[in-house]
Design a binder for this molecule. Structure first.
Ligand code: C5P
Length: 230
């Protein structure tokens, strides 16, 4: 995965995505989530690849180890750059996910979601019955992900620093919750600027609405890219 900001393509249809991408005349890093993938399927991924874009397929797999392994064998054939699972699925599930992926693909990176950025500490305690802080819960899942041999985690930039200190700068920290100075916060709770994310140890940033909902997506992207690359 190139070191460019990853644009979250949170659109309803392939047509909307294509209209959006037509505004750019360069190769990008893009994130396809389940909303779009469930409607457009593998063919759409191939069309994005033909345009030269790097792809993070954000499907957050979470099931028994055997099922996730077989699902990863299928995703391996799509030859995207990055896929993910939920760390909550456990050590064995993550190990099997990687094995399934590696059966047909030596290159695709695989990371794990720690705690969703939408999860509050109250939910952690009351719904998941995890009696620690969010930071500790995230660090715990990051350690488990590292132990399973995966390439990194999805986390908030505010947690990236701690994870970097313990698991090293190379361990991927893919961080949403990015807002340039002055941009709308939307529903994100714990946000940082692209510059701060870099200082805190993010290896990749994911940016959606500040680009996709902008009046001028191409120039918003350029500004974020410059802030991120420094
Ligand atoms: O529009 P915005 O920049 O908030 O988009 C962030 C993207 O990252 C969305 O696609 C969202 O689903 C995703 N994401 C997130 N927090 C996570 C994991 C994924 O915001 N923990």
């Amino acid at each position: 995965m190139r070191n460019l900001p990853i644009i979250a393509l949170d659109f309803k249809s392939a047509e909307e995505v294509n209209t959006f991408l037509d505004q750019f005349d360069e190769e990008l890093c893009v994130k396809i989530g389940m909303e779009l993938f469930y409607q457009t399927g593998p063919e759409f991924i191939q069309s994005l690849k033909k345009r030269g874009h790097d792809i993070f397929l954000d499907l957050k797999l979470h099931d028994i180890p055997n099922t996730v392994s077989k699902a990863m064998e299928g995703l391996a054939r799509l030859d995207v750059d990055l896929v993910n699972v939920h760390a909550a699925g456990g050590l064995k599930m993550m190990e099997e996910a990687k094995k399934g992926l590696r059966k047909y693909n030596p290159d695709t990176k695989i990371i794990a979601v720690t705690q969703l950025t939408s999860t509050t500490e109250a939910q952690l305690r009351e719904e998941q019955n995890i009696q620690t802080s969010i930071e500790e819960a995230v660090l715990h899942y990051a350690r488990l992900t590292h132990k399973a041999g995966l390439d990194g985690v999805v986390c908030s930039p505010l947690e990236a620093e701690l994870i970097s200190q313990e698991l090293g700068p190379e361990f991927m920290k893919v961080t949403p919750g990015i807002r340039p100075k002055g941009a709308a916060q939307n529903d994100q709770q714990r946000i940082t600027t692209p510059e701060d994310a870099k200082v805190l140890g993010s290896t990749h940033i994911v940016v959606g609405r500040p680009i996709t909902q902008s009046d001028d997506p191409a120039s918003s992207y350029q500004n974020i890219k410059e802030s991120w690359l420094g």
